[in-house]
Ligand binder design. Sequence first.
Ligand SMILES: [Fe+2]
Length: 302
Amino acid sequence: MSILGHVMFSCTIYSNSNSNPFFCFSLSSSSNFRVVLNLLTMLLGSSSSIYASLCDRAKLVPSLSSSAPFFNSVNGVRFSKRNVGCGVVVEASKENKNQHVLDVSFEPFEEVKKVLLAIPTVPHASLARQKYTDQCEAALNAQINVEYNISYVYHAMYAYFDRDNVALKGLAKFFKESSMEERKHAEMMMEYQNKRGGRVQLQAMLMPFSEFDHAEKGDALYAMELALSLEKLNNEKLLNLHSLANENNDVQFVDFIENTFLVGQVEDIKKISEYVAQLRMLGKGHGVWHFDQMLLNGGVAA
Ligand SMILES: [Fe+2]
């Protein structure tokens, strides 16, 4: 067909039932494009509408007008053409309107109707909530409680090491900052709960220990081992929350847990593990004082 020029084309034919091409072939300069049209006509015997896509392999776009009819009628079938990127799409249809069956365009005013109906009108319901399950909402509230409980235990440790007869100021500082950090995590989760249209429900906290001395380990090692256990437990809870978000196909929730908490959690576990290892080397007494000074002058909270 002379209008296509002397270039190589790949031709793909689609049905109107799905977007999978069911026939592909190449056209060279010697090929007669009428073959394509005949094939389309034959296929249209069993299908009301199909179209063929011609892609210019040589990136040489034929100078075809996108508005002018290509072939008005071949054996009762209407054809039209238009330019798409560097290719040409030839469409064929037996229908009068010759609609582009597969070239579906977004119709906002039609599609938004069902979304509009789903927006709640009752005052106690969230307007923002979308694809956020009750299960995810409840699990996040449970995790908020985990963070608060750990914060509470760290706060109790701070109070212990700040005592005048214990006076390990570095450990007191470390656990106070760790407590604030866990509370911050709880608050970030509360903000996220509200962002997704969930409802924050704070739950009861357990009363933590107030004494952290240990006859064999001493207070510093005992408290740090307890902190390591808490961080590992927290990691486990976060991983469970991540799995639940995955099961609920909540990609945004998965992303929140992964990037906001899980990355930092393994770093905290590594850091506290090192502290436990160092305290095991030191034993009790003078060495612990040096460790405490290290925390006072540069230790970072978990
Ligand atoms: Fe945390």
